[in-house]
Design a protein. Sequence first.
Length: 289
Amino acid sequence: MKANQFRYMIDESMTMIARRKAANVVSIVIMGLSLLILGVFLLVTLNAQAVIDRASEEMRIYAYLRDGTDTPTSRDIQMRLLRLEGVEEVVFVSRDEALTGFRQTLGDNKDVLDALESNPLPDAYRLKIKPEYIRSDYMEGLAAEVGKWTGIEEVRYGERWLERGEKLVKSFYLADLVIGSIIFLSVIFVIANTVRLTVLSRQKTIEVAKLVGATNAYIRFPFLVEGALQGAVASLLAVGLLAVIHLFAKRYLPGILFLRGETTIGFVVFCALLGAIGSYGAMRRFLKV
């Protein structure tokens, strides 16, 4: 295709779009509202994933030392803990620090600790685990291994909470996949049929163009451009409405995340391609592909 032919086809596409402003606006609004539903779903999923990640980051393993463990043995335990696969950080927590933290946790009820004659809490090492290793099977194995070491009294990591959390996360991912698939397919259906109706409304134009000898590429190109523009503008409309919803939600949910820049760009590009593909598919009825 020569440059002047391509430029002429672009001009023809813009002219065709300009002639049907009202119809294009209606199509864009319908597509934008359907895409808004998908955007809200993505936003909810993004923030739910962020909550799960933050909860995982708070997961710690505590290795409690036996009373009377000497300093060399304690240091040796710390070095061995640091060498374990999946361990990111090891911090020593003295019994005095543990008691102070316990007082802060009790808040107004901290006075009950004044009756203690001595500090009953042991020294401990607090282990921060790398995110990819925060699994019940790994944590259980690590606790069992460390619990056998000389100088270790007990190892705890909240196994019940972790197991329940994993079940909840798996259920969330399953439900998210099912709901997301339904929304995604529904959006594709709405966009494809909206674009298809746009093409069908130009049936006479297509037939006239074929009668005067226009090639399939020449006829198809303006519709592909129109479909792509409709998809892109509709996606921008959806992102704009989603941003308004996000600003409103931030008043009640501080720290709520929004779609990242690259995600937004990918969303717009995807919608443009979807619009173009919808036009291409709708024209199969009139052109031999």
